[in-house]
Write a protein that binds this ligand. Structure first.
Ligand SMILES: [Zn+2]
Length: 293
């Protein structure tokens, strides 16, 4: 291990220990800075380590992580969920909520549970309601209804500006690393918008509908039934978005609390689904901008 790595690891462990102690003293502002520093430090170290490749490569990497975690006595339930989830990925599928539930971690001692805790922590006695729940991403609760609608209105305008004046040749050119062309990103936005629109209808038509898992990401390079030009793909995205916004405008506040059962994420509200789709889109805008320079 290099000196840098050893120093980084020591600092990281110290930052987490310090944050917990600061929280114990009620020094929440100092604690938030140390937690943010720990998170930033991890991301800075890992940003250059691009684990590149297909699902076969990722499956190998998950198995490597399982081996390392089992040597560190990680919970058998978590390891088993990781193993089963990796098997779904190896078959080209998304891991369902039944196999990979949301984990809950005891904020005091680190005990981990794969179901909402109902009893105090078996290790340290911390109250069940104090555990930290880990969601699959931050999009579910990122935006309240009004902010989510505004984001859904704004993002197509941002995309329109990003692609203004670009020829189809430029938009069909794959990224230099073989990644998505602008055309593929536009297809992905359009596909995700289609799923959102479909689900908005479903939430209104049915009580607690089943929301099928959709591997929207994998469709971006599928060219069957695509409009011929990238600009036409953008126009279908924009038109469908306008339609969804019209539907969302007519909702009563109670409609936003309607629930559905998502195969991948468990019980979700309409509010969470709209937040999810609105917050997801901007994560793709840097991909477009990188190809316009
Ligand atoms: Zn505990």
């Amino acid at each position: 291990m290099t000196t840098h790595q050893a120093e980084w690891q020591d600092t990281l462990v110290h930052l987490f220990a310090l944050a917990a102690r600061l929280e114990g003293e009620g020094q929440y502002n100092l604690a938030k800075l140390t937690r943010a520093a720990a998170d930033s430090s991890c991301r800075r170290e890992t940003y250059p380590l691009d684990i590149h490749g297909d699902t076969d490569k990722l499956t190998v990497e998950v198995r490597k992580a399982i081996d390392a975690l089992s040597r560190l006595n990680m919970s058998a339930d978590l390891l088993s969920a990781l193993k089963q989830g990796a098997e779904f990925m190896a078959q080209g599928k998304l891991s369902p909520i039944t196999v990979t539930p949301h984990p809950y971690v005891c904020r005091a001692c680190g005990y981990i549970a794969l179901a909402p805790p109902t009893e105090p922590c078996p290790t340290c006695g911390a109250w069940a309601e104090t555990f930290q729940k880990f969601m699959p991403n931050y999009w579910f609760d990122a935006l309240e209804p009004e902010a989510a609608r505004e984001r859904l209105r704004q993002t197509p305008l941002v995309v329109e500006k990003l692609i203004a004046g670009l020829s189809d040749d430029v938009m069909n050119q794959p990224a230099s690393d073989g990644g998505w062309a602008i055309r593929n990103t536009l297809s992905h936005l359009r596909d995700a918008q289609g799923v959102l629109d479909f689900r908005v209808d479903l939430f209104l038509k049915e009580a607690h509908p089943i929301l099928e898992s959709k591997a929207v990401f994998a469709w971006a390079k599928n060219e069957s039934k695509r409009p011929p030009s990238a600009r036409d793909i953008f126009e279908t995205y924009r038109a469908s978005r306008a339609e969804t916004l019209r539907k969302l405008e007519s909702f009563a506040s109670s409609d936003w609390q309607r629930t559905g059962e998502h195969e991948e994420f468990g019980t979700v509200t309409l509010r969470q689904q709209v937040s999810y789709f609105a917050a997801h889109e901007p994560t793709h805008l840097s991909q477009i901008r990188a190809l316009t320079r």
